[in-house]
Design a protein around this ligand. Structure first.
Ligand SMILES: Cc1ncc(COP(=O)(O)O)c(C=O)c1O
Length: 446
């Protein structure tokens, strides 16, 4: 039986639901990344590292709510905190104590953030960061890295997937008309060329210090230092998008690990404890442009932070409970997560190799992605390397459904280890990867 036939047989309930979903949502989903052929799997219940799908199958989850659940599903501290909020009423649309406490917690851990605002998604956070940068500099152009993902705002929906020179899709303008251009990740020479080309007009450069959906590829320290200096030289704002990386590898932001100070930082995912969140903050002089009561400039403030549900109490409580646990456990937790991540990266590469299907795992700490290699070259330092040297579509589909057949839910061939993924889960997952690799070897001509 083929990988796909087996998957269909195991997921009849999901298949039926997806049949209905297709009548409701374009593509049957509310976020493109959740769709895959022949149909996504529908979960019904989750706890710790696992979920049960509508067909009653027990599946180890590596996606962890778009990487937001560092303590696993249904984390008790978050559940209790949110229940407390529900007892007091869950939305006031007024300032409240919990938002102050979460902001304090974030700022203490990431001192580069002198002022911040909460919103409901990472997309909003990066969109507002760009707007603030344009207001601060009085310039228009925005540069991002090819393969970087900062959410789907109009300004930043470009150069996400190749071909990077073309609009990301219909409804978006040509990059030139939009005032945007892309840099090649970790390539100082090429990036310098593009920055020089637009240098008088650049408001901001936005970059993830470790590319997230673009391949879990860390920036080199030299690259981030180069971007810092380039922004200083041309008077542009450097934005670090730490929506995936913030509080993922340490109790704080990755910028501090690199010892490179961005002007603005965006956060999301983990700091909301699995509830909807976005955070944008940084230099006081930039953030203060959004102050509607600026005494010294009576003009209009930068318009940021619409959002009926911004800083809503449930999110603030979930974020606080998560941050509190992370702060208390940081000395052991992050090392443990990294040990498990290392075990997955090493184990997957070894087992794929033994089967004769060479693979390379990127990532660091608790994050990893599996790339099935086309040849011997396993050096992956940019999204271009992934496009050129790996079978990325296979990782996103055949490997994904084969792993689901063996009880593991992945994204881009990997995912995020949570505090609840123990040695037992690592060992079960590695066996599943081995079985999936064997299936691929048997079925695909790669
Ligand atoms: C680095 C990065 N920035 C921004 C976003 C957008 O965040 P959201 O999906 O909450 O809008 C994402 C989402 O995955 C992300 O990974």
């Amino acid at each position: 039986m083929s990988i796909e036939e087996k998957y269909k047989e195991l997921t009849l309930g999901s298949r039926t639901l997806y049949g209905h979903a297709k009548h409701l949502f374009p593509g049957g989903i509310c976020h493109n990344i959740r769709a895959f052929h022949p149909h996504p799997v529908f979960p019904r219940h989750s706890e710790g590292p696992r979920f049960t799908d509508v067909d009653g199958r027990d599946i180890i989850d590596l996606w962890m709510g778009h990487y937001s659940l560092i303590f696993g599903h249904a984390f008790g501290a978050v559940k209790r905190a949110v229940n407390n909020v529900l007892d007091s009423g869950w939305h006031w649309g007024m300032p409240h104590e919990l938002e102050l406490r979460l902001a304090d917690e974030i700022m203490l851990a990431a001192p580069v953030i002198k002022k911040l605002r909460f919103c409901c998604t990472g997309t909003e956070a990066t969109m507002y960061a760009v707007r603030l940068a344009r207001a601060f500099t009085g310039k228009g152009w925005v540069l991002k890295v090819a393969g970087g993902w900062h959410g789907a705002s109009t300004d930043l929906s470009f150069a996400v997937r190749p071909p990077y020179e073309e609009p990301e899709g219909p409804g978006l303008l040509e990059p030139d008309m939009q005032g945007v251009a892309h840099l090649t990740f970790n390539n100082i020479g090429e990036s310098k060329r593009v920055i020089n080309l637009h240098q008088d007009h650049i408001a901001a450069i936005i970059v993830e210090p470790m590319l997230g959906s673009g391949g879990f590829i860390p920036a080199t320290k030299e690259y981030l230092e180069f971007l810092r200096k380039a922004c200083d030289d041309i008077g542009a704002v450097l934005i670090f998008d730490e929506i995936i990386t913030g509080f993922r590898f340490r109790y704080g932001i990755l910028a501090d690990e690199y010892e490179v100070s961005p002007d603005l930082v965006t956060l999301g995912k983990i700091v909301g404890g699995g509830f909807p969140i976005g955070v944008y903050g940084g230099r006081e002089d930039i953030m203060e442009l959004a102050n509607p009561f600026q005494p010294e400039s009576p003009g209009r403030p930068v318009l940021v932070g619409g959002g009926t549900f911004s800083a809503n109490p449930a999110t603030m409580a979930a974020g606080l409970a998560t941050m509190d646990s992370l702060r208390k456990q940081q000395s052991s937790l992050y090392n443990l997560l990294a040990t498990r991540g290392d075990a997955m990266r090493k184990g997957i590469e070894e087992r794929f190799k033994a089967i004769g299907l060479p693979a390379a795992c990127t990532g660091m700490g608790s994050l990893f992605m599996t790339h099935i290699l086309k040849g011997d070259d396993d050096l992956i330092t940019s999204p271009g390397d992934i496009a050129e040297k790996t079978h990325s579509r296979v990782a996103d589909r055949e490997l994904k459904i084969s792993l689901l057949n063996h009880g593991v839910y992945t994204m881009h061939g990997g995912g995020a280890i949570s505090a609840t993924h123990g040695e037992k889960e690592v060992s079960t997952m590695l066996d599943a990867y081995e079985a999936a690799a064997q299936d691929l070897k048997n079925e695909l001509q790669i």
